[in-house]
Design a protein around this ligand. Structure first.
Ligand code: IPE
Ligand code: MG
Length: 267
């Protein structure tokens, strides 16, 4: 205890933020060198949070989207380079049409907020089969607007939203892309190994998270980043996502700082 967050970047490049100015960085008490470079979030528990308050599930999602904004703001403030959020799985898309439509509206609102946040680079992964046209368009616009080509040198958090996403589908899609390149003679089948598979997969997705945080009490991945999570540290919290405030995030980062990552070696 007692560490103070030290900036990895010069102060003038620190993002200036709105929502969490009240939150003192000192409370994180973790040296920036021990912070995860890539955090993946499985925000679970919106429905139970709402039910516990006599509210509707959509109201739980609405509270959840405010929490997401705060957590992303905090990560920006800590200059964490990459955050990937499991916004909704392909399986989630089978929920009631009303719940899905509220979810899509909320995602669209969050994306619109990002448009006004010049320090976030948006990326989205997943299938576009179930995503309504208005959201797909907005995702495309904001992705282009915030892309690396526009501001190549500035600090930017890469925020990846996994929408209508499934880890197995992503692996199958990667295998298909490799097979097509082999068929077209661009690639020798014998050359396909773990490293090449990883390259193909990450070209359309994200790299390996250092830390995966799941809220809401369940201890499973639910088909999220199956390939990429091989060596991720996993933090499970019983707190329902709308209640996962900056102090809870700090707790997760403090826990991460205590992990000894030896990737199967003896260290
Ligand atoms: C997570 O909360 C948000 C999404 C899946 C979009 P849930 O809606 O799964 O909440 P619970 O698990 O029913 O409480
Ligand atoms: Mg759930």
């Amino acid at each position: 205890m007692g560490f103070i967050v030290q900036s990895k970047l010069v102060p003038s490049r620190r993002p200036s933020l709105c929502c969490c100015e009240r939150f003192s960085l000192n409370e994180i008490e973790v040296n920036s060198a021990q912070l995860p470079g890539h955090v993946a979030l499985i925000p679970d528990g919106n429905g139970r949070w709402a039910e516990g308050r006599g509210l509707s599930r959509p109201e739980g999602h609405s509270a959840g989207s405010r929490t997401l904004e705060k957590v992303v703001n905090l990560c920006m403030r800590l200059e964490i380079p990459q955050v990937t959020v499991f916004v909704c799985s392909t399986e989630n898309m089978n929920r009631s049409p009303k719940e899905i439509s509220v979810l899509m509206e909320l995602i669209s609102e969050v994306v619109q907020i990002l448009e006004e946040k010049p320090l976030v680079r948006l990326k989205w992964i997943g299938s576009s089969v179930h995503i309504p046209e208005f959201l797909r368009k907005r995702l495309d616009i904001v992705t282009k607007l915030t892309s690396k080509d526009k501001n190549p040198h500035e600090y930017r958090l890469q925020l990846t939203m996994a929408i209508d996403y499934g880890g197995r589908a992503e692996i199958a899609d990667t295998a298909r892309r490799l097979a097509v390149d082999v068929r077209e003679g661009k690639l020798d089948a014998e050359a396909v190994d773990e490293r090449m598979f990883d390259e193909y997969l990450r070209s359309e997705s994200v790299g390996d998270p250092d830390l995966i945080i799941r809220t809401g009490g369940q201890k499973r991945l639910s088909n999220f980043l199956l390939w990429q999570s091989a060596y991720s540290e996993m933090y499970f919290s019983d707190i329902l996502w709308p209640d996962f405030d900056e102090k809870e995030v700090a707790e997760a980062f403090r826990w991460f700082a205590t992990r000894k990552r030896n990737y199967g070696l003896v260290k």
